[in-house]
Design a protein around this ligand. Structure first.
Ligand code: GLA
Length: 336
């Protein structure tokens, strides 16, 4: 039997939160922690176990109701298989060193590893789009493409400037004096799914008033009557400006300016987009008071999860997981 080994990294988003679903520019990086799927071809069925989760995932191909697969972690694999119309099965084991539910895109890593293991090929944007479709089919959450594209297109030592309209990826080097750490708030992301869809709908409503938010200026915001929608839109517009600030600061090696923009992003996510929690806010303030920390903010969709911390290399943080920028997903097939 031939052997298939696919690996896909998780991601941390440096800045550019809740702008991918507006077609805006984001700045995530793939990280060294990720998910591996090792298996062998298996007719027209998928059969997987996990070293971290109980149960065996089993479904026949083609699969048309991925959202019903049990145990639930198998839905991410089934979603991708459904999105791509996969017919060649696999039998194998999934292993991950990504903390689950901590905001490091463990689901995107599983989707991308599954896509490669199931033989899905193409340029990074194509593979990422199928993996993203898989997530939406599995969970019903209308997520953007940032997490999957970061996992596919990672570059060691670099953040990725991704334009979510053109899907072009430009690596931006992380200066040697700085490092990214992630601290888990321990708060379960209970509202993440319903809250995410609601925020998207609010952004859609704001765009009905003033057009695409990725092209809007702060002056345009006056055209939105509803104060809540105006705040949601203000987050998107100011966040996109902060992404540009961080890209320029990274290129200039100004690690202090990068940190300031991250902290400003947290305040905007807290006050304007309202996806923070008291626990995340307290954690951010605590981290900002520690020596060596240059900036901190909630990472990912919000409503719980983790804080991304931008700090001087060598900074010791309680509960801090150092995440280095890694290369993108890969697959190896060993003939029998
Ligand atoms: C989740 C989604 C992404 C993105 C972020 C918020 O991680 O999967 O597409 O929208 O939230 O920036």
């Amino acid at each position: 039997m031939s052997r298939i080994e696919a690996w896909a990294p998780g991601r941390v988003n440096l800045i550019g939160e809740h702008v991918d679903h507006r077609g805006g520019v984001v700045l995530p990086m793939a990280i060294e922690q990720g998910t591996t799927l090792v298996g062998e071809p298996a007719g027209d069925a998928v059969e997987l176990t996990s070293t971290a989760m109980p149960g065996t995932v089993r479904f026949d191909l083609p699969v048309d109701r991925p959202e019903l697969v049990q145990p639930a972690w198998g839905r991410y694999v089934a979603g991708v298989a459904a999105a791509a119309g996969v017919r060649q099965g696999i039998r194998g084991v999934v292993h991950s060193d990504l903390p689950i539910g901590a905001g490091l895109s463990s689901s995107a890593a599983l989707e991308v590893a599954a896509a490669l293991a199931l033989g899905i090929e193409g340029d990074p944007a194509t593979v990422a789009a199928l993996a993203r479709d898989g997530e939406e089919r599995a969970t019903g959450v209308p997520c953007g493409i940032m997490d999957q594209l970061a996992s596919v297109a990672g570059v060691a030592g670099h953040a990725l400037r991704i334009d979510c309209t053109t899907l072009t990826v430009e690596p931006v080097a992380i200066p040697p004096g700085a490092v990214v750490q992630v601290v888990d708030s321990g708060e379960h992301r209970r509202l993440a799914e319903s809250g995410y869809a609601r925020r998207r709908a609010e952004c859609d409503a704001a765009e009905e008033a003033i057009g695409p938010l990725r092209l809007a200026t702060t002056a345009d915001l006056a055209g939105i009557d509803d104060p809540v929608l105006r705040r949601r839109a203000r987050h998107v517009v100011t966040e996109l400006a902060r992404v540009d600030t961080v890209v320029a600061a990274l290129r200039a090696g100004d690690i202090v300016a990068v940190g300031e923009a991250l902290t400003a992003s947290h305040r905007s996510l807290r006050d304007d987009f309202e996806v923070s929690t008291p626990g995340l806010d307290a954690l951010v303030e605590d981290l900002l008071s520690r020596p060596g920390v240059l900036g901190a903010r909630l990472v990912g969709a919000g409503f719980g999860g983790s804080v991304v911390v931008w700090c001087r290399r060598g900074t010791d943080l309680p509960g801090g997981l150092v995440v280095e920028a890694a290369g993108g997903a890969r697959v190896r097939r060993t003939p029998p």
